[in-house]
Design a protein around this ligand. Structure first.
Ligand SMILES: *Cc1c(COP(=O)(O)O)cnc(C)c1O
Length: 389
C-alpha cells in the first residue's frame, strides 16, 4: 500500500480540486435547469403516466440531437434493447454476437429475446468490440445460407451483432457495420453510454438497423429511469411503438390488442425530466470534455494511460477511465481511493465469468481479460451545484 500512496494521493487530490470536499460519487445527476418546472407542469396537468405530450417531445428532441429519423421512448435501456433485438429479427434459439466486456444489461436483453450470447474480443484503444476479432470469428465459425449467417459449431443462426460504446468511447463501428452487412447480420448498437459521442460528425447509434439509449440515473442525462430506440426505419419505429405500448389498436374505447406485447412505454413524468435534461445536454458535454482534459493532462504528466477519444471520434466522456499496471495495483487503487471518499470502481467482470453466461461460446478474449484486470473509472459527474468546486 505505502508504495502506491505516492502514486494515488495526487489522483485523490486532483479529484478534490475538481469536485471539492466530502464524498465524491462516480457519477451523479444534475438538475439545475427546467426539471422542477416541467415536473410540476406535468403533475398540474394530470398527465403523469402513459399519455402526454412530453413523451413525443422527448422523442423528437432525441431524434433531432442524434440525427436518427425516429425515436421511441421506453421505461429503461434494457427494455429498449429487448424490443430492439426482436425488431431486428432475433428469434428464440438464435445467436447474438456481443462483447464479454460490457454491463450485464446487454446480455440480459438478448437472453430475454430467447437468444444465446456469443462473445468476441474488444480493442484496447476503444474498450468496444474489435472488428478484427469479429472478422476472425466470422471467417472461422460462420457459413452463409440464403442471406443468413449460421454458426458452424452450433448450427444456430446468428441474427444480430450488438457492439457497445464503452464509457462513451466510440468503438470502430464502421468496420463492424461493414462486416455485419457482408454476413447478413443485423447491427444493433448498444449506445446506452454514448449519448453525445460521435464518429466523425455522425452520432453513435446511427450506423446499424437501430440503436438503444439509456437514461438511468447514472447516465449522461437521466429521466430517473428510461431508454430509447433510435432508427431511420419508419416501419421499425412504428412497430417499436406498438410493441412497447401493449400492441393496442387505436380506438376511443375498445380494448383490442393484436399481439402479446409489452408495457415498456416511458411515463410522461420521466419524459418531462428528459426534456429538461436535453436542454442541458450540450452544456453537460462541454463540461465533461473539460473534466476529461484536466484528467488527461494530469495523467500524461504521470505516465498513466488515460482513455481518450479514439482517432476520428469524439467521446462524451461519460465515465473517465485509466489503465493501471496490474490487478494488484488496481485492487490497491480501489481500496485507497474509496477509503478516502473518492468513489472509483473497476470495469465490469467479464460476462464469461458470471454463472449465467460462463458456457457461452467466445474467442480468446485476450484484450478483454487484460483490460478487466486494469481499467478503473474515476469520478466523472458534471461538477458544481451541491458538490461545490
Ligand atoms: C445503462 C446500460 C444499459 C441500459 O440500462 P438500463 O438501466 O436498463 O437503462 C444497457 N447497456 C449498457 C452497456 C449500459 O451501460
Amino acid at each position: 500500500m505505502s508504495d502506491y500512496s505516492d502514486k494515488f494521493q495526487p489522483i485523490v487530490d486532483l479529484t478534490r480540486t475538481i469536485y471539492g470536499e466530502g464524498f465524491i460519487p462516480l457519477h451523479r445527476p444534475v438538475f439545475d435547469g427546467n426539471e422542477k418546472q416541467y415536473l410540476i407542469d406535468c403533475i398540474d396537468s394530470n398527465f403523469v403516466s402513459s399519455v402526454g405530450a412530453r413523451v413525443t417531445e422527448f422523442e423528437q428532441r432525441m431524434a433531432a440531437f442524434t440525427g436518427a429519423k425516429y425515436a421511441v421512448a421506453t421505461v429503461n435501456g434494457t427494455a429498449a434493447l429487448h424490443v430492439g433485438l426482436m425488431l431486428a429479427g432475433v428469434e428464440r434459439g438464435d445467436e447474438v454476437l456481443s462483447q464479454a466486456l460490457t454491463f450485464i444489461a446487454t446480455c440480459n436483453a438478448l437472453t430475454y429475446a430467447g437468444a444465446h450470447a456469443v462473445f468476441v474480443d474488444v480493442d484496447r484503444e476503444t474498450l468496444g468490440m474489435s472488428p478484427d476479432a469479429l472478422r476472425s470469428f466470422l471467417v472461422a465459425h460462420v457459413t452463409r445460407k440464403n442471406g443468413h449467417a449460421f454458426n458452424k459449431q452450433t448450427g444456430r443462426r446468428i441474427a444480430a451483432c450488438v457492439p457497445m460504446h464503452t464509457f462513451g468511447l466510440p468503438c470502430r463501428i464502421e468496420a463492424i457495420a461493414a462486416l455485419c452487412d457482408e454476413y447478413g447480420i443485423a447491427l444493433v448498437e448498444d449506445a446506452a453510454e454514448s449519448l453525445g459521442s460521435y464518429v466523425g460528425s455522425r452520432h453513435t447509434g446511427t450506423f446499424g438497423k437501430l440503436a438503444t439509449l439509456s437514461f438511468n440515473g447514472n447516465k449522461v442525462i437521466t429521466t430517473g429511469g428510461g431508454g430509447m430506440i433510435i432508427t431511420d426505419d419508419e416501419d421499425l419505429a412504428k412497430r417499436a411503438k406498438h410493441m412497447t405500448t401493449t400492441a393496442k389498436i387505436p380506438h376511443p374505447y375498445e380494448f383490442v390488442h393484436d399481439m402479446t406485447a409489452y408495457n415498456y412505454r416511458m411515463p410522461n413524468l420521466n419524459a418531462a425530466l428528459g426534456c429538461a435534461q436535453m436542454e442541458a445536454l450540450p452544456r453537460f458535454l462541454e463540461i465533461k470534455a473539460d473534466v476529461a482534459r484536466r484528467y488527461g493532462e494530469f495523467f500524461d504528466a504521470e505516465g498513466v494511460t488515460f482513455m481518450r477519444s479514439p482517432a476520428g471520434t469524439t467521446s462524451n466522456y461519460w465515465l473517465n477511465a485509466i489503465v493501471l499496471d496490474s490487478l494488484a495495483e488496481r485492487d490497491a487503487f480501489l481500496e485507497y481511493t474509496n477509503a478516502q471518499g473518492v468513489m472509483t470502481r473497476p470495469i465490469w467482470r467479464l460476462m464469461t465469468r458470471l454463472e449465467m453466461y460462463k458456457d457461452c461460446q467466445h474467442d480468446g478474449l485476450e484484450n478483454s481479460r487484460w483490460l478487466e484486470d486494469r481499467v478503473v473509472n474515476l469520478p466523472s459527474s458534471v461538477p458544481g451545484g451541491a458538490m461545490g468546486a
